[in-house]
Design a protein around this ligand. Sequence first.
Ligand SMILES: C[S@@+](CC[C@H](N)C(=O)[O-])C[C@H]1O[C@@H](n2cnc3c(N)ncnc32)[C@H](O)[C@@H]1O
Ligand SMILES: [Zn+2]
Length: 287
Amino acid sequence: MVWMCPHCAQSLEVVESGLVCVSGHRFDRAKEGYVNLLPVQHKRSKNPGDSLEMVQGRRAIHTAHLYRALADELVDVVASCPEVNTLLDVGCGEGYYDGMLSERLPGLSVYGIDIAKSAVRLAAKDYRKHHYAVASARQLPVMSSTIDLAICIFSPVSDAEIARAVRPGGFYLEVGPAARHLWELKTALYEQPREHASLRRTIPDGELLREGECHYEKQLTNAELQALVAATPFAFRGYREKREALRERSDLTISLGFSWRLFKLAQWQDSAVSRADSDGALESSGL
Ligand SMILES: C[S@@+](CC[C@H](N)C(=O)[O-])C[C@H]1O[C@@H](n2cnc3c(N)ncnc32)[C@H](O)[C@@H]1O
Ligand SMILES: [Zn+2]
């Protein structure tokens, strides 16, 4: 089993009502099919992670396939990695990329975690064959070395947890914004928009195998534009008058830009000590 008990770190077995560990900790399966593996003492707020409005905004833009070209490129990258059967999506949101992955790679066993219950609920409801849990990226509820490839798209991540969860010789694919991602939206909202910093990420015990950028433009309808604003921190930032003006726009052509890095984890796992508890530099940066 892949899922790990968040209380005693033993593996969780499937029972009719959900999951149970040998110590008797039980986790009921919600009617949508997900489990909640986030201990209440690890919650920093009542509803951690993205708000329902952000999740719904993201669902709307993914339904409009605004990020389709990125998804296609990521599926190609995953397909190019040998011996990948079990994939973990860290900060999976409402599951769009997971759906694209298992559509093209039907043999894949897909696991996803997100700290926002509303996101996991949507993902589990729509992708019944995937395995979803409410959980934190800082304490992945998966047994050590059970994951062939972990993916993290615009979400926070803990490098130490990736190194623990991914098997020796497995893969980690991380995606973040390119310098001018959503530039027209930024210039519409801010007096002095700033480019995204180039992260040039490295991870402990991870060799950079490949990296790439994906750029394209899209003409958005007003509805798509509003959904995009709702799904990003832009909903609360920028000048209020500029935000109002954006609401009136009938359409807007925007640039989308992503950068991704594919790492291969070391073949032989060193001791936990060398797997420094360095958290990933990525923050949840909105879409
Ligand atoms: C920008 S969204 C990206 C969602 C998805 N990967 C996508 O691209 O559609 C960031 C996600 O990270 C989640 N998140 C934030 N903090 C988290 C944490 N500590 N652990 C797990 N997920 C977290 C949010 O709830 C949100 O769904
Ligand atoms: Zn337990």
